[in-house]
Design a protein. Structure first.
Length: 180
C-alpha cells in the first residue's frame, strides 16, 4: 500500500498523517458493526462492536456517554493504551463546534480553538465541555462477556482486542471515519 507522508502537529509533537488511500470506515451504530470501505465498496466488516452507554447521537457534554454521529478522521494512534490499541478521532468536529456554539454549549473561544485546530489539520482540544478522547479501541483487560451483551463505553467504539488488531491493518492517522 503506497502512502504519502504528511505531518500533523499535536501539542509539541509532530505525528505522521497519511494521504487518502481511499480507505475509510463506516461505523453503523444500529447494526453495531464497522465496514472498512474503499470508495463505495465494502472490503471488510467487523461485527459485534459496542458503543456508548447512552447510545449514539449528538453529544451535548462531557460525560453524556453518547457516541457522536458525524464525519471524523483518525487523529492519533495509541499503541500503548489501557484498551490495547486506541485510534483517537478528531472529535469535536467543525460541525460539532458549530452546533454547540449555536446551542450555547460552548463559548466563542472554545469554538475558535476547535475550528483553528481543524484548519491546520491538528487534533482539536480534547478538554472542551463537549468532551474528548473519543475513539475506536480494544478491550484491554475488560470482560469480553460484558462487551458481547451491552453497550458499555463512555462514547467510544469498542472492539475485542483481536478485532482492533485486525482493524489496525486497514487504518492509520488520517483515515476518514463516518459514524451513523
Amino acid at each position: 500500500m503506497l502512502r504519502i507522508y504528511l505531518f500533523l502537529i499535536v501539542g509539541f509533537f509532530a505525528i505522521p498523517a497519511f494521504a487518502d488511500d481511499g480507505i475509510w470506515l463506516l461505523v453503523d451504530t444500529n447494526a453495531l458493526k464497522i465496514e472498512v470501505k474503499k470508495g463505495e465498496q465494502t472490503i471488510d466488516t467487523i461485527d459485534g462492536i459496542a458503543i456508548g452507554q447512552g447510545g449514539a447521537g449528538q453529544k451535548n457534554h462531557r460525560g453524556d456517554n453518547i457516541t457522536p454521529y458525524g464525519d471524523y478522521k483518525i487523529g492519533w494512534v495509541g499503541q500503548k493504551s489501557a484498551f490495547h490499541r486506541f485510534f483517537g478521532l478528531n472529535y469535536p468536529s467543525v460541525q460539532d463546534a458549530d452546533n454547540a456554539l449555536r446551542h450555547g454549549l460552548i463559548n466563542q473561544f472554545t469554538h475558535t480553538d476547535i475550528i483553528t485546530a481543524h484548519r491546520y489539520n491538528q487534533v482539536p482540544p480534547q478538554n472542551t465541555p463537549l468532551g474528548g478522547r473519543i475513539g475506536i479501541h480494544g478491550l484491554g483487560r475488560a470482560d469480553v462477556e460484558i462487551h458481547k451483551t451491552m453497550n458499555w463505553t463512555h462514547g467510544c467504539i469498542a472492539l475485542t482486542n483481536n478485532q482492533i488488531d485486525h482493524l489496525s491493518h486497514w487504518v492509520s492517522t488520517g483515515t476518514p471515519v463516518k459514524i451513523k
